[in-house]
Design a binder for this molecule. Structure first.
Ligand code: GLV
Ligand code: MN
Ligand code: MN
Length: 455
């Protein structure tokens, strides 16, 4: 029962709070912990010390994941991986990611040296959010063995390459893919995470069992017009990339809104250049994120959105034979879906369009990821044993679990967060809920052990 456990849930929350400020943040006044930044390095040192204190042996793998291993009964058994991510979005909350790592450490600490038929590895993944480089889940993809080396050929907003950032941490990009685990070494994967939505709170529940994670598509779109003098270029002569991007972004909202389903589409980052009050923007880059529980619905919506974007840009941006002009899809991910169905709200023939060029790069295509039914049952049983009702729910947010499903069966436990708010400094978790989550995780671990060693 909850009361029999040390107050590890509260300590997990307190540790997330400690990691929410400098030196564990790259910003002085809010939380941003980017992949391979000084704040990331500082956090790995601190979290590594907590792992050692809980009885684990630690190492940093070639993708800069921190791994703490707690050995099992027999030598070298496969491991239950308990993980989440240590990176954050810009101006993010303190619990999205770190809470799952801290609870993993507490679950090991709660064993108090008791050994199981499997090892436990707690992993602090380095890059789930994709906040620094234009791709997400790099480090879990490396561990799952699904990352193509060419995906590492990226630079951040300051022109620093992944290879250079790794070197700052004493790591070599050439070794990156050796972070991949042999499939037999991973027994199962468990990730505890704040819900990032309002359902559990609305129903008065502390925790829920995740049934699966929605499919995600992410693009980077660059619109190119002509930079010019804001005082001398008459309106009809302009090729204003930012005005065009604004129309495209409204099209994204309109198309996703019209679906009236779980389909969501978001433009979360935009940069205009040259970025001066008296210069017509010549170039704009923005991201596009499209998600739905059903991959077909997601792909059709993405195709509609891209078609609308091309129509707004103008005839020169329509795909010619051989692909989308200017696009450079990252190898190992699916090609940009071709336009599939006309979207009546926007110019289809170039008439009224803006004579802009558009280049579309697919950043990632993550399929929907169902959780393992047997592991879901173990989480449910542990929830009941901890004295709480069972609730199953789908995750609209992406998680390292969806990548790790390529390696082993996965399970996720959601924890109520206040107002469902996340990716926001107002993110809040009640320590009492973290305590319940820890009780469920401990019950899950015991039940997994019993399935392997019924005696
Ligand atoms: C991660 O937080 C995501 O869902 O993008
Ligand atoms: Mn997040
Ligand atoms: Mn997260």
């Amino acid at each position: 029962m909850v009361s029999a456990l040390p107050p590890g849930g509260a300590r997990a929350v307190a540790r997330c709070d400690e990691l929410g400020v400098a030196p564990y943040s790259d910003l002085p006044d809010s939380l941003y912990r980017g992949y391979l930044t000084p704040a990331h390095r500082a956090a790995l040192d601190r979290v590594g010390a907590w792992m050692v204190e809980a009885g684990m042996q630690i190492r940093i793998d070639p993708a800069a994941n921190l791994i703490g291993r707690y050995e099992g009964l027999a030598p070298d058994p496969p491991a239950l991986i308990i993980a989440s991510h240590i990176d954050s979005v810009r101006d993010g909350g303190r619990y999205d990611g770190p809470l799952g790592i801290m609870l993993g450490i507490e679950a090991v600490a709660a064993l108090q040296g008791r050994r199981l038929p499997f090892a436990i590895e707690v992993i602090a993944f380095g890059d789930e959010e994709g906040s620094r480089f234009p791709a997400a889940m790099l480090t879990s993809r490396a561990v799952a063995g699904t990352l193509d080396a060419s995906a590492l050929d990226m630079i951040d907003a300051h022109g620093i390459s992944v290879a250079e950032a790794l070197a700052e941490m004493g790591l070599d990009v050439v070794e990156y893919l050796t972070a991949a685990r042999a499939p037999g070494t991973a027994l199962a994967y468990l990730e505890a995470h704040i819900e990032q939505g309002p359902l559990l709170e609305a129903e008065g529940l502390a925790v829920g069992t995740v049934t699966g994670i929605a499919a995600q598509l992410r693009y980077e779109i660059t619109v190119t017009g002509t930079a010019g003098h804001a005082g001398t270029t008459s309106m009809p002569l302009r090729r204003d990339a930012l005005a065009g991007a604004a129309e495209m972004i409204l099209a994204v909202e309109t198309i996703a809104g019209a679906a009236a389903s779980d389909l969501v589409a978001t433009v979360g980052r935009i940069e205009a250049s040259p970025g001066a009050a008296n210069v017509i923007p010549g170039s704009v880059t923005f991201t596009l994120d499209v998600r739905a529980g059903d991959p077909t619905r997601r792909d059709e919506a993405a195709a509609d959105i891209l078609e609308a974007i091309r129509a707004i840009a103008g005839p020169s941006s329509f795909p010619r034979e051989g692909g989308v002009p200017g696009s450079q899809a990252i190898p190992s991910v699916a090609p940009v879906p071709p336009p599939s169905r006309g979207y009546s709200g926007f110019a289809q023939d170039g008439a009224g369009s803006r004579n802009l060029d558009v280049a579309i790069t697919l950043i990632h295509d993550l399929p929907a990821s169902p959780c393992d039914p047997a592991l879901m049952d173990l989480l449910d049983a542990a929830t009941t044993a901890a004295g709480h009702p069972i609730r199953r729910l789908v995750s609209g947010a992406g998680h390292d679990a969806m990548v790790m499903a390529a390696l082993c069966p996965t399970a996720m436990l959601f924890i109520r967060c206040r107002g469902g708010i996340s990716h926001n400094p107002a993110e809040h978790v009640d320590p009492a809920d973290a305590e319940i989550a820890l009780a469920v995780m401990s019950g899950f671990i015991d039940r997994l052990g019993a399935t392997l060693d019924p005696a």
